[in-house]
Design a protein around this ligand. Structure first.
Ligand SMILES: Nc1ncnc2c1ncn2[C@@H]1O[C@H](COP(=O)(O)OP(=O)(O)O)[C@@H](O)[C@H]1O
Ligand SMILES: Cc1ncc(C[n+]2csc(CCOP(=O)(O)OP(=O)(O)O)c2C)c(N)n1
Ligand SMILES: [Mg+2]
Length: 365
């Protein structure tokens, strides 16, 4: 793609908006859902129905840093985190539109490598890039990806979990948080954890398989397993009880835990950004291959119900908010407000996941 913008050292201001659009869209492949791709006032798609759509933003300094992630990884992540939301509905992502905003002095190469990352992950995930928008920003890079998808069967909501269901998980948890933690402390290893932070390994295709297998509720794990299952439990009006011994601590997480003193279970249970899928299935359902049963669903008691939308049971421990001083903040506010997600029958003390506007929760830059 570099040919369209000339020398790699050129800035966006030198390249200009339309040459950059041309460089991004030149020769883009289009899937069979695409009627009109980039280049007109809107794209046209034939998705059948229903159409699933979702958007996620990636903001420099909040979701990524240019010194921690290369542009191609940021492009791949921008696609992956969005496709994960369609997976979590039991659907199949078909198309994305991408908003990209960057300062004029950004190296054009960064934008082109970002676009290459978009293409790479889009091809891998089976989605077509059908449009977008470019603007200049005053300082930081911001990316907004909207994804469109279709569902062959009924869509799987967060609200369908019932007492007696089993809870199952596919994909990794804790890896990205482990990577973010070490990057926050100035290290680049273990490499597998840092790579997981840069680009999540989304279990593409697993959402539709879970839907076909009768999943009653589903969510992707962006903020942290306990936090996201809390959203699902909240929407379903149930309590989820996880079994700690259902979780193995993979080797890179053992290394990060040993080096930092962070509880490896805090990483696995509360670390965000791996975009695993968590779903509930009826008791006795055949759980699809590669899903691991991690817990059960039970009825909310009266006091649980009264506190249905109370999210006091959360904080930020495993999301790499270890600060430059290396300290880990925790939240003691679990208590009278019955938490909706338990571990071995007990409320989790402290971190359940990431909350952008929580005091002390921040992306560093
Ligand atoms: N600015 C907004 N306007 C309308 N809906 C929003 C906005 N922000 C979030 N939502 C909706 O709130 C729900 C939860 O958002 P979020 O936690 O970001 O979901 P996810 O983790 O799946 O990306 C989603 O249905 C999302 O579409
Ligand atoms: C530089 C940097 N600091 C901190 C983080 C950690 N972080 C940022 S957002 C986030 C949670 C997931 O992002 P969000 O925008 O909430 O995704 P959504 O739930 O909407 O899918 C985490 C763990 C990061 N990825 N990069
Ligand atoms: Mg979101």
């Amino acid at each position: 793609m570099r040919h369209a913008t000339g020398s790699p050292a050129r800035t966006l201001a030198e390249v200009g908006e339309f040459a950059l659009i041309a460089a991004i869209t030149d020769g883009l492949p289009a899937g069979d859902a695409v009627i009109i791709g980039p280049g007109d006032d809107a794209a046209a798609l034939d998705l059948g129905s229903p159409v699933l759509t979702s958007i996620d933003l990636l903001v420099e300094g909040v979701h990524f840093r240019r010194d921690w992630s290369d542009a191609q990884s940021v492009g791949r992540k921008a696609v992956a985190v969005n496709v994960a939301d369609i997976e979590a509905m039991g659907g199949t992502a078909r198309a994305i539109v991408v908003g990209f905003s960057a300062p004029g002095d950004l190296a054009a190469d960064w934008a082109l490598e970002f676009a290459a990352g978009l293409r790479e992950e889009a091809a891998y995930a089976g989605v077509s890039l059908v449009g977008g928008d470019l603007t200049r920003s005053t300082r930081d890079i911001a990316i907004a990806v909207t994804v469109l998808g279709s569902a062959a069967g009924p869509v799987v909501r967060r609200s369908g979990a019932g007492a007696g269901n089993v809870v199952a998980l596919i994909g990794r948890t804790g890896w990205a948080a482990a990577g973010l933690t070490v990057l926050g402390r100035g290290f680049r290893s273990p490499r597998a954890a840092v790579d997981a932070y840069r680009v999540p390994e989304v279990p593409y295709g697993a959402g539709a398989v879970a839907a076909a297998a009768g999943a009653t509720a589903m969510i992707d794990v962006s903020d942290g397993l306990l936090a996201d299952l809390g959203h699902l439990a909240d929407a379903s009006g149930v309590v989820i009880d996880l079994r700690r011994d259902a979780f193995e601590i993979p080797e890179p997480l053992q290394v990060v835990s040993a080096a930092t003193g962070i509880d490896p279970y805090a990483l696995v249970l509360t670390g965000g950004e791996d975009h695993a899928l968590a779903a509930t299935f009826p008791a006795g359902a055949v759980i699809p291959a590669e899903w691991r049963v991690i817990g059960t669903v039970r009825e909310a008691s009266g006091s649980d119900e009264a506190n249905r939308s109370d999210e006091a049971n959360r904080s930020d421990e495993a999301n790499g908010d270890s600060g430059s001083d290396g300290s880990v903040e925790s939240d003691e506010s679990v208590g009278e407000s019955g938490p909706r997600v338990l571990v071995d029958g007990t409320p989790w003390e402290g971190a359940t996941g990431w909350d952008h506007f929580r005091p002390g929760q921040r992306g560093s830059r």
